[in-house]
Design a protein around this ligand. Structure first.
Ligand code: PMM
Length: 287
């Protein structure tokens, strides 16, 4: 059985989910991405269930601390997926990886998929709509033992940018959504925030949010950042790039965020991001 270790202790991750996982004064964790979709923007592959399980195990072997399993792409031109089809994609992968002792997050906006995923062993519900897509999501999470990743996306499933003062707007809206989620019964100790890089934001607004990452951390909740392979990273290259050619740029942002010890980063590959986190920790140790 494969056992994932916490970055700060030798305790089995998942055994004490509210303890080791939610500690913020710890090195940044790496959430590895396993998309069981035909149309993810970032890796251009259609993973079968078996491929997805193998890839999850490989990411953990390369240092990922937890695995985010998704069955619906959020790319601008993606086709929306029926919750039953989405569940059929993700549940066997979650069962297998959680059964192997790997800490699992389910990337879904659907409450029915979240509920089934938690029953199948998922420890985190990662909702890119922050509860806006499904009005049952918060009660499902509140009535489960799962942690909830509340991502900012002002206009779920529309990628048209609507922000003017992006940093203050994202911080204010995340704070309001967090308070509403808590009022709906979600334990504040199980809440993680995510500024939603690339979700209804322009490239310069994404850079601006990263430049002011501390404003999001100052909300007082653990924060997850997902920059991996996103389109705005193309600006870091002098030549056109495919998403899978942007890992150096993504990992350099991981290093900057890890220097501030954000709670976690979400990435498609592990080695570059683990090295970036290690570099940040080596510098911290001497600071
Ligand atoms: N980005 C994507 C999907 N899910 N979840 C969170 N919490 N944060 C993100 O930034 C995020 C996410 C889009 O990327 P993908 O299609 O490569 O998974």
């Amino acid at each position: 059985m494969s056992i994932v270790k916490s970055t700060t202790s030798t305790a089995t991750v998942g055994a004490d989910r509210s303890g080791s996982w939610m500690m913020t004064a710890a090195p940044t964790r790496l959430m590895g991405i396993v998309n069981v979709t035909p149309d993810s923007f970032a890796d251009n592959v259609h993973r079968s269930v078996t491929d997805a399980i193998d890839w999850g195990v490989e990411l953990v072997g390369q240092g990922a601390d937890l695995i985010d399993v998704g069955g619906e792409s959020t790319r601008p031109d993606a086709t929306r997926v029926d919750p039953e089809d989405e569940a059929a994609r993700v549940l066997p992968v979650i069962e297998a990886l959680a059964g192997a002792g790997i800490t699992i997050s389910v990337d879904t906006v659907h409450s029915s998929v979240a509920a089934a995923a938690v029953r199948a062993g998922a420890h985190f519900v990662n909702d890119v709509s922050g509860g806006l897509a499904d009005d049952q999501m918060w009660s499902v999470v509140a009535n489960s033992s799962a942690h909830y990743i509340l991502q900012h996306w002002r206009t779920p499933f529309s990628h048209r940018p609507t922000h003017e003062a992006v940093v203050s707007e994202v911080a204010d809206e995340l704070w309001e959504r967090a308070q509403s989620a808590i009022e709906a019964g979600i334990d504040p100790d199980r809440l993680i925030l995510d500024p939603g890089i690339g979700f209804g934001k322009t490239a310069s607004q994404n850079w601006e949010l990263i430049a002011h990452a501390q404003v999001v951390s100052d909300l007082g909740f653990p924060v997850l950042w997902g920059v991996s392979r996103k389109r705005f990273l193309a600006q870091a290259y002098a030549h056109p790039t495919q998403p899978w050619q942007r890992d150096a740029a993504g990992a350099s942002i991981t290093g900057l965020l890890a220097r501030q010890r954000v709670w976690a980063v979400r990435a498609h590959t592990a080695p570059e991001h683990k090295a970036a986190i290690a570099v940040a920790e080596l510098i911290r140790a001497e600071a």
